[in-house]
Design a protein around this ligand. Structure first.
Ligand SMILES: [Zn+2]
Length: 323
């Protein structure tokens, strides 16, 4: 098949490759659709490892697509890695290194599990915020829905969806310690142990090493605790940015040059701290394609949804042909 003649660079952003009905931010692509995406890419685009981004001169076709996967979910090992191998396509996994040492549950996954899944939880939720004020709300009865609910496009229809949105937007603003404290309160309120549900399960250090050694997957840093960095004082930002690099380089015995801003959140200070820490590439969640002159520390990415093959083709064309 003829490779398309285009001059854009496009970084695609995936999270989960899995079947699920609980997916408020549309982070999941089914394994079937994902394989179709890879087939389109293998046939029609030049897919390169992210490390080739800075010194890559576009070939005659001028087309470069880069695949990135954030948060190191276990399905990245069980579904993505074999599919990339089969298609002979490279990708990058961005890891928040908290998962190497601590409870691998992130606070938003706990919220999904408690308020959007089928968890039995007490009728009244009471939380104490770090400033001492309280949050109280009735959880309502559990409603089994067969329709996925999208926080992007759908208004909340149940008290649990309202709680999920209210807590998400507030908890995101806090530093990692406070987020940890709030997760602890939620766990003890719900009478749950801290082991993550299936959807939130993460890759083990040995699996990260294995995919890295394959030569097909590059590992990048996604901070330690996945905070909204620009909300934090620079000293804590530096810790998140540098410590995650050090931990991954120790694990992999190899330099880590790429960073992905957690929640896509950054400002000029964050950008310069990431650059000073020694990273050469940093990915945002700002949507778009870009050309060779773009700042390598603020690269846009296109968030891939659970698109069918035809829709995926159209979405790629839209971004690659945009100005
Ligand atoms: Zn992330």
């Amino acid at each position: 098949m003829v490779k398309r003649t285009l001059n854009k660079r496009l970084i695609l952003l995936y999270h989960h490759v899995v079947h699920t009905l609980v997916d408020p931010w549309e982070m999941a692509v089914t394994p079937e659709n994902f394989k179709d995406h890879l087939e389109v890419l293998a046939n029609e685009y030049e897919v390169l490892p992210l490390s080739k981004l800075s010194h890559h001169e576009p070939n005659s076709s001028g087309t470069s697509v880069f695949l990135t996967f954030d948060d190191a979910y276990l399905d990245n090992y069980s579904e993505v890695f074999p599919a990339l191998r089969e298609a002979h396509l490279p990708g990058s996994f961005f890891v928040a290194t908290q998962i190497l040492n601590e409870n691998p549950n992130f606070w938003w996954e706990l919220l999904e599990e408690l308020f959007l899944g089928y968890a039995a939880v007490p009728e009244l939720l009471e939380l104490k915020w770090p400033d001492g004020t309280r949050y109280r709300k009735r959880t309502g009865k559990l409603e089994m829905s067969t329709q996925p609910w999208s926080a992007w496009t759908d208004f909340p229809k149940t008290p649990r969806q309202e709680i999920y949105l209210e807590l998400s937007s507030r908890i995101k603003e806090f530093p990692p310690d406070a987020q940890k404290g709030l997760s602890g309160q939620l766990l003890s309120w719900a009478g749950r142990d801290p082991s993550p549900g299936t959807l939130a399960a993460k890759m083990a250090p040995s699996q990260l090493t294995e995919v890295h050694r394959s030569g097909l997957v590059e590992i990048g840093s996604h901070s330690v605790h996945h905070p909204a960095l620009a909300k934090l004082p620079p000293t804590i930002q530096i810790q998140e940015i540098s410590e995650s690099k050090r931990q991954l380089e120790t694990l992999l015995q190899s330099p880590v040059i790429a960073f992905a801003y957690p929640h896509g959140h950054f400002d000029n200070i964050t950008r310069s701290l990431v650059s000073k820490a020694g990273y050469k590439i940093a990915c945002t969640t700002e949507e778009g394609s870009f050309d060779a002159g773009h700042d390598p520390m603020t690269l846009p990415r296109v968030w891939v949804k659970n698109w069918t093959k035809d829709r995926f083709v159209l979405e790629l064309e839209k971004w690659v042909n945009s100005n």
